[in-house]
Design a protein around this ligand. Structure first.
Ligand code: RB5
Length: 144
């Protein structure tokens, strides 16, 4: 499994913690930036991570900004992306099972590193249900 990860300055510190955690788990990742904490624009990193997911270079993406909101809005503009902003493990599990989410969004100013790593684990370890009703709803989203 390969992960595409990206953040703006608001998510930079949490991204460092998550990358360390992925290394501990021996999960391969590519960091699409930002690479330092000065102010930058989250849509740039949303686009780069989304491209790696839609072109199948990476199976999943992780995007982090201050709240997780802006970067999830930006990612969800891209066709084929289902980006889910999660603040707990229940939502991380449900969005994989029900929405087949392919990008996890987190708020670096919202969740601590301990919880964020558990959310990442839950997201990466939960398969899509393959339930017919969920597949139908995902297809309906794609018609938009
Ligand atoms: C940057 O200050 C902040 O606006 C950004 O990280 C994010 O929270 C936007 O939704």
């Amino acid at each position: 499994m390969k992960i595409a990860i990206g953040s703006d300055h608001g998510g930079y510190a949490l991204k460092q913690e998550i990358m360390k955690h992925l290394e501990t788990r021996k999960v391969e990742y590519t960091d699409f930036g930002c690479y330092e904490e000065s102010s930058c624009d989250y849509p740039v990193y949303a686009r780069a991570v989304a491209a790696a997911v839609t072109d199948k270079t990476c199976e999943f993406g992780i995007l982090i900004c201050g709240t997780g909101i802006g970067i999830s809005i930006a990612a969800n503009k891209i066709s084929g992306i289902r980006a889910a902003l999660c603040t707990d493990c229940f939502c991380a599990e449900a969005t994989r099972q029900h929405n087949d989410a392919n990008i996890l969004c987190l708020g670096g100013r919202v969740v601590g590193a301990g919880l964020a790593c558990k959310i990442v684990d839950t997201f990466l370890d939960t398969p899509f249900s393959n339930d017919e009703r969920h597949i139908r709803r995902i297809h309906l989203i794609e018609e938009n």
